[in-house]
Ligand binder design. Structure first.
Ligand code: HEM
Ligand SMILES: [Cu+2]
Length: 560
């Protein structure tokens, strides 16, 4: 399996006795996938807080029907930057960070296939983040055309300056595309070529299958988004006419470039979360994952189907009837492999000896949110309903149940589950549970009201609205503020536990997986000798060992 000569970081650095006293590594150009993984997680969480502040400002404006907090151009910039920061600087990088940390450990590799490329891909994130934030400081301010940047709105340049908010937005998105393509090449190569002896395809944890499925989408989809962004940049800066209707260009063509990637991109977001659910539920139900092989393969089926549904974002863009019918059918079809996973998780939990600690609570909460979002998703796939609620708060509610309800709660489940492995410390269960209940209540109070608002016709992207919508908007804003506050116990817990939490053993959850066979945190090389895998994953309730050479995996370096 590992006959590919890999360029593993040659200089063997001091093993990590306890992460806190080795923090300097996290500010340097390290090629260690564990350090890079944590760099992605911490950097993206910083941007999550920034995106969250924008969200609080938006909800502050929307608590009253009048536009009485922000100027309308500032409001446009707020939702544009909120959506862009939350997706390109929080969601994608945080999932790459989690995958970076876990995949080599889970397949029994010493590092990613291309460690230096890995580091370069990470350092592009703070670069494009800075470029995007710089758009607040140029004349005219940030882009106001939403995270879609649809022309002709995105081609307006009131200042006439070459350097403007929209131009910087496009540059940032193009650079994020390059960084993600680098990551995708690295992940696919690592998973295909770096598996330890005996780690055959149907011995690979589902998390690794979902990362592979997500990164294949990045490889085939991102070039379309990057090409669309570059063509729009050329229209905006040197006056070409790809999408400019005034010059014979076709603005709807941009929508196809944008959504050909951005719909599959929602699976780049949710697939690794499906992986987290598949890792967490068996551990805390003490049962094997039901239908392991089907769950694994359905990830790749989702990858394939995700590339033939994008026009469901354009049912109100003058799309011909036959095309709407076709894409309505393909969109509904994608709920089949997704449904298979949901049934498999319910069957895994059912009758299990459940341990409701923080990771399990967040995974259960995330699953509940996903099922609710899935149901409204199927409603939106139906052309007659979509025509009615397109561009309303029903859509905003739907995708926030997926990207906050399922994705953010799924990420929290992962953070708590693998925190002991990453830091060598245990987190506070009390603060964890407080964080969970505040998040669960806040998320539903914040995003559920958006559904009746949308069905009643409240459009999105407006700073003022008809007073008949006031009741639900007040509830949503109060929910948003609670959700904002719910992040405090999490931050306290993560920093406090990382610095002075109780020392964590190798395997605090009695979980089955290669990452739990080495110390917490693992040494720089992960494994002294490569594991020899002899059993499929999730063998809960069974006695057969996962590897043939557990004692050879690591020689503990006693701290001086
Ligand atoms: C406390 C959490 C959050 C609150 C209160 C919130 C609130 C909102 C609201 C009210 C809008 C609609 C703005 C409008 O159309 O006028 C919006 C749009 C959006 N949100 Fe959030 N959101 C939150 C978290 C997130 C997260 C975690 C993500 C992604 C991971 C996200 C991604 C988006 C996107 C992509 C848009 C569309 C922006 C656009 O129309 O261009 N949001 N959010
Ligand atoms: Cu879609």
């Amino acid at each position: 399996m590992t006959n590919l000569s890999v360029e593993v970081s040659s200089q063997i650095e001091q093993p990590l006795p306890g992460a806190p006293d080795n923090w300097k590594r996290f500010f340097g150009f390290s090629t260690d996938h564990k350090v890079i993984g944590i760099q992605y997680l911490v950097t993206s969480f910083f941007f999550f807080l920034i995106g969250g502040i924008f969200a609080m400002i938006i909800r502050g404006e929307l608590i009253t029907p009048e536009a009485d907090l922000l100027d309308r151009t500032v409001y446009n910039a707020m939702f544009t930057m909120h959506g862009t920061v939350m997706l390109f600087l929080w969601t994608f990088p945080s999932l790459v960070g989690l995958s970076n940390y876990l995949v080599p450990l889970m397949i029994g590799a010493k590092d990613m296939a291309f460690p230096r490329l890995n580091a370069v891909a990470f350092w592009l994130v703070p670069l494009f983040g800075t470029i995007l934030m710089a758009s607040f400081f140029v004349p005219g301010g940030p882009s106001q055309s939403g995270w879609w940047a649809y022309p002709p709105v995105s081609l307006q340049n009131p200042t006439g300056n070459l350097i403007n908010g929209q131009m910087l937005w496009l540059l940032a998105v193009a650079i994020s595309g390059v960084s993600s393509i680098m990551g995708a090449v690295n992940f696919v190569t690592t998973i295909v070529r770096m598996r330890a002896p005996g780690m055959t395809w149907f011995r690979m944890p589902v998390f690794v299958w979902t990362v592979l499925a997500a990164q294949i989408i990045q490889l085939f989809g991102l070039p379309a988004l990057t090409a669309g962004a570059v063509m729009l940049l050329l229209d905006l800066t040197i006056g070409t006419s790809f999408f400019d209707p005034a010059k014979g260009g076709d603005p709807v063509l941009f929508q196809h470039f944008f959504w050909f990637y951005s719909h599959p991109a929602v699976y780049v977001i949710i697939l690794p979360i499906f992986g987290v659910f598949s890792e967490v539920f068996p551990v805390y139900a003490r049962k094997p994952l039901f239908g392991y092989k089907v769950v694994a393969v359905s990830s790749l089926i989702i990858t394939g189907l995700s590339s033939i549904v994008w026009v469901h974002h354009m049912f109100a863009s003058g799309t011909p009837g036959w095309m709407r019918m076709a894409f309505m059918a393909t969109t509904m079809l994608i709920s089949v492999p997704t449904g298979i996973k949901v049934f498999a998780w319910v069957a895994t939990i059912w009758g299990g000896k459940l341990r409701l600690n923080t990771p399990m609570l967040f995974a259960l909460g995330g699953l509940f949110m996903f099922v609710f979002a899935g149901i409204t998703g199927i409603m939106l796939a139906a052309v007659p309903i979509d025509i009615h609620v397109n561009n309303t708060y029903f859509v905003v509610g739907h995708f926030h149940y997926v990207i906050y309800g399922a994705t953010v709660m799924g990420l929290y489940a992962a953070f708590y589950h693998w925190f002991p492995k990453m830091t060598g410390r245990m987190y506070s269960e009390g603060l964890g549970k407080l964080h969970f209940y505040l998040t669960l209540i806040g998320t539903n109070l914040n995003f559920f009201p958006m559904h009746p608002l949308g069905l009643q016709g409240m459009p999105r992207r407006v700073a003022s609205y008809d007073p008949e919508f006031a009741f639900w908007n007040v509830i949503a804003s109060l929910g948003a503020f609670l959700l904002g506050m719910s992040t405090l116990p999490f931050i306290l817990n993560m920093i406090g536990s990382w610095v002075q939490g109780e020392k964590a053993p190798k395997n605090p959850w009695r979980a089955i997986g290669l990452e739990w066979l080495v110390s917490s945190p693992p040494t720089v090389e992960n494994f002294e000798a490569l594991p020899i895998v002899i059993a499929p994953p999730y063998g809960y309730g069974k006695s057969d060992p996962l590897v043939a050479n557990p004692e050879a995996l690591e020689v503990i370096h006693e701290p001086n």
